[in-house]
Structure formats: C-alpha cells, structure tokens
Write a protein that binds this ligand. Sequence first.
Ligand SMILES: C[S@@+](CC[C@H](N)C(=O)[O-])C[C@H]1O[C@@H](n2cnc3c(N)ncnc32)[C@H](O)[C@@H]1O
Length: 321
Amino acid sequence: MTVSRRELVRRSKVSRTFDEIHGTNTAGRVTVENLQIESANREHGNPYDPVPASLFTRLLDNVKVRHEDYVFLDLGSGKGRALLLASNYPFKKVIGVEYSQPLHAVALNNIARYRSDHRRCFNVESVHIDATEYAIPLEPTICFFYNPFDETIMRAVLTNFRKSLERCPRDVKFIYHVPLHVHLFDELGFSRDQLLLHEPTVADVQEAMRDLSAFYDNLGDVQVAQGKPRAAQACYQASFAVREHQAKSDPGNAELQYDLSLSYAHLAYAHLLMAIQSTEAREALAAGRDILAGLVAQFPDDARWQQDLGWFNQQIAALKN
Ligand SMILES: C[S@@+](CC[C@H](N)C(=O)[O-])C[C@H]1O[C@@H](n2cnc3c(N)ncnc32)[C@H](O)[C@@H]1O
C-alpha cells in the first residue's frame, strides 16, 4: 500500500469539523424517507440538515436579550447541533423538539457528550414530539426555525404560539432561516420586531456543503476501519461529488480546490484497498496532483501546497514501481 493511512488522515484534518472538535455526531443530511416518522405530518417536514456553526453564532449574536431570562427553543431540532451551540449562551434552558425517533436518540447522545469551554447552559433537552403538539414553554422564548417544515405546519405552530401568548403574555422572538412563509407572522399578528429573518448566503451554503463532504469522508473512514473498501469508496465518492460541485461553482477559491484534492486522495486510497483498482488510483492521484500543481503556480509562497504536491508526486512514483 503506497498511500499511507496516517498521512491521509493528517491531510483530511486540515480543517476540523464541528463534530471532530466536540466529539459529537451532528453532521450529514438525513432524508425524510430515513427519518422513521410515524406522524401524519411526515409529508410536510423537511430533511435533516444541521445548521452551520458559524451561521448559528452570527444569528444568535444578533439577538440582544438577557439570555438568563429566556428559553431557547429549536422546533425541528434533529441531531441537536443548534441545541449544543445554544448551550454556549447562558440561556435559562435549551429545548429541542424533533418528531423523528432516531434523530432524537442521536440528539440525546450528543447532549450527553458535548464538551466545550464555551458552554454556559447545562439545562438542555431534546423532546420527541411533533412540533404541532408541543406545549410551548410559558416563559420568554427565543424560537429557532432552521427550515424545518412547510407552510401548513408553520401555520399550525404559529397559531399555537398566538393562542399561548394570548393566555400568557410574554416576550417571544423568532429566528427564521429561509423565511419562505414570513407572511404568516403578519397574518397571525406578530410584530416585525419579534422577527430575525435570515436568507442563506453563498458562504452559508458553502459551509453546509463542506460539512456534508467531511461527514461522508468520516463515514468512509469508518467503512475502511470495518474492512469494507467498496462501501468506503461509495462514501468517498459522495464526498467527492459535493466537493467537485463546489469547486466548479467557485473555481477561483483555493480552499475548495484543495478540498477536492483531498477527495482525490481518499478515492485513490479506496481504489488501492480494492487491490485491483490501481489504474483508477493512479488517475485519482494524477487529478489531485494537477489541482495542487495549479495551486502552487498560483501561490508559490504557500508551503502547504508545495508539501502536498510533493506528497502526490511521491504516491504516483511509488505506484509506478
Ligand atoms: C433542516 S433540519 C434542522 C435541524 C436543526 N434545527 C439544526 O439547526 O441543526 C429540520 C428538522 O425538522 C424536523 N421536523 C420536520 N417536521 C417536523 C415536525 N412536524 N415536528 C418536529 N420536527 C420536525 C426534521 O426531522 C429535521 O430534523
């Protein structure tokens, strides 16, 4: 085996993901078919996609309240990434509501495992229930919607809020990402001061996709460890597809090009594990090398690119022997 495993791991850890830093499992998209939802509202829900950490922090930093007085409520909380990030603020309590049992189970595990020097709230829970059936806390609340469901459910949830506020007036603010149904807030008599709307930017989408490709790489690593090179190759291929798309959509972005070279290295590794695939491995290494050669030509003073170009050349030379 010419491609050293340790070396690959070093290369793929250039930018550590949220889960690698905190020992959690929050990454990866989970489609509605795989959520095992019994609720009749299944057809109105969106797939699981975790909020990018930097986006969450940017949004929360814009909410000027005394956190100690507020509950943070994530409706459609999935594996709980937003709950963990919210626990870095001194909220009175952090609550996630999720209708998928498997995602809720992962969230419970994440809450127990999360370690961060920034953590300020230790009262964090995930509740397994449909958002329309959840009894809203009778306390000042910051409610987070990270693109969880369609207009039907959004209307039902906001109607519950409206009734609850009529019974027990208190301050409630909403953070609403991808605000497709913002008209509902007007219809149901909420004030615009209660709303922090957020349209995703190109940078947000890029961060989410980087997260996703790192997730597939990690899955691939697990398959390798279990001696399943074919399954590993499928995971690395999925990561590659995301990175290729990103690199094509922003060809001037050196970091995205570099990420793509990592995927070529992973693919070469999987091909080599399958023993008979050395032509594919050579092609993947050559493609990775070409990317690095381009980066070196563009940034001749950056030692990182030089070093990695040397690494690709070494692997290619070793394959020839
Ligand atoms: C885009 S993810 C958001 C994940 C999380 N809020 C975060 O920021 O990391 C949307 C989540 O909403 C959940 N969901 C969709 N409809 C729901 C409903 N009616 N009740 C509870 N959860 C729901 C999905 O299962 C999925 O986990």
